[in-house]
Design a protein around this ligand. Structure first.
Ligand code: HGY
Ligand code: MN
Ligand code: MN
Length: 408
């Protein structure tokens, strides 16, 4: 049975992990940062060395194509090389390299696929710019309005595009119409596979994600001379809201989640009562209807907390990503590959967002997971064992072969 080249795959993974490597053993490779640009250049060289056709679109997505009999449409497969700040080595990069290795193995076997198979590295999956930027650009789902208040801030967004030689209009004009199917390998970033000693997770759907920027306004004041009962402290308001929001979501929307990943207090000094707080809020659920209700409840809580003299609130929506079911034909192709490889597998809902949920809106999309030790992710301690990495890459290989037969 065809198998990937284990040594080449694992050494490629070690090589790409050097870009943005951190002392704690993770990577910090935010989209279009210097380390990400270096990793992208490395990937381009690997694609060309493999004899695949390299290209890059106007949203910065990188491709490596194995041309098939019918080159008018493709099975796309890959993930993302960008990381969260101070994250782990495996999130995204594992999928890009596994797909590269699977395509190389198919090419070396001499098989010409009935339709082209193309590797992809999507730009800004992690949302340090926009959020699923590359994959949403490919389906034409980015609106110009998003550029005003991007998740990573406008000046960072523009300087990052400039570094990569990209433009806002280019991001808006990267739509493709030739994707027949999409397959992505990713680490689970949770503990369910470990709990069941299961080798492969077959993703059935992934949750939606909504992001908001909240500005709490109070009155900056002297931290010593202002009596406690006369303060309009913006940070008191924001932290009261955070606690109430957490309790409300846990009580009413589990397994949905809410997170407050960034907070800034201004002017920002030991001896000034904060007059303004900027708070990043993100929540997730498998249903858009439930997220409509979560949004209404959360914003009502925020307004209740600021409904007093000298306190006020403004809210900006930063990104909306819809839940997405995976396609049954791709799910079955992954499960048949697991059976061929004698790998245990189970179906899972993904609570992480992925590029697959963008592509699922225009093509037959599917994902598979391999175990994350202790479920840790978005953390330098993120780890997946080499055997699990290789299992995942072999499942990608045989799923692609199955899809070639299935989709002709
Ligand atoms: O945030 C996520 O779910 C993914 O890691 N981008
Ligand atoms: Mn990821
Ligand atoms: Mn991630």
């Amino acid at each position: 049975m065809l198998q990937i080249n284990r040594e080449r795959f694992l050494s490629d993974f070690e090589a790409v992990s050097q870009f943005g490597t951190t002392e704690e053993g993770g990577v910090s490779r935010p989209a279009l940062s210097e380390p990400d640009m270096a990793a992208r250049e490395w990937l381009k060289n690997q694609i060309e060395a493999a004899g695949l056709v390299y290209s890059q679109d106007t949203a910065g997505n990188q491709y490596g194509r194995l041309v098939g009999d019918d080159n008018s449409r493709v099975i796309l497969t890959g993930s993302h090389l960008d990381s969260v700040p101070d994250g782990g080595r495996f999130d995204g990069a594992l999928g890009v390299l596994a797909s590269l290795e699977a395509i190389r193995t198919i090419k070396e076997s001499g098989k010409v696929p009935p339709i082209s198979i193309e590797l992809v590295n999507f730009t800004d999956e992690e949302g340090t710019l926009l959020g699923l930027m590359g994959s949403r650009a490919v389906i034409g789902q980015i609106s110009p309005g998003e550029f005003e208040n991007p998740r990573g801030g406008r000046s960072h967004f523009i300087s990052s595009l400039d570094r990569a030689g990209l433009t806002e209009s280019g991001v808006l004009n990267a739509k493709r119409n030739d994707i027949t199917a999409y397959l992505e390998l990713h680490i689970e970033q949770g503990k369910r596979l470990l709990a069941g000693s299961t080798e492969i997770g077959v993703v059935t759907a992934m949750v939606g994600i909504r992001s908001y920027t909240l500005h709490f306004y109070g009155q900056a004041a002297h931290a010593g001379t202002t009596p406690m009962n006369e303060r309009a402290d913006a940070l008191w308001a924001a932290t009261a809201f955070i606690q109430r929001a957490k309790d409300h979501i846990m009580a009413n929307y589990t397994p949905g989640v809410v997170n407050f990943g960034m907070i800034e207090a201004y002017p920002g000094a030991f001896n000034i009562v904060p007059g303004e707080v900027v708070l990043a809020m993100e929540f997730r659920h498998g249903s858009d209807d439930a997220m409509d209700d979560m949004a209404a409840d959360l914003l009502q809580l925020a307004h209740e907390v600021t409904n007093t003299d000298h306190l006020s609130l403004t809210v900006e929506n930063a990104a909306t990503i819809h839940p997405a079911p995976m396609n049954d034909r791709v799910i079955e192709a992954v499960e048949s590959a697991c059976s061929q490889l004698d790998l245990s597998n189970m179906r899972l809902l993904s609570f992480a967002g992925h590029d697959a949920q963008s592509i699922a809106q225009v093509a037959l999309a599917g994902m598979l997971f391999v175990p994350s030790v202790e479920g840790i992710s978005h953390n330098p301690a993120e780890y997946t064992a080499p055997d699990d990495m290789v299992n995942g890459a072999n499942v990608v290989l045989h799923s692609l072969l199955a899809l070639c037969d299935e989709l002709v």
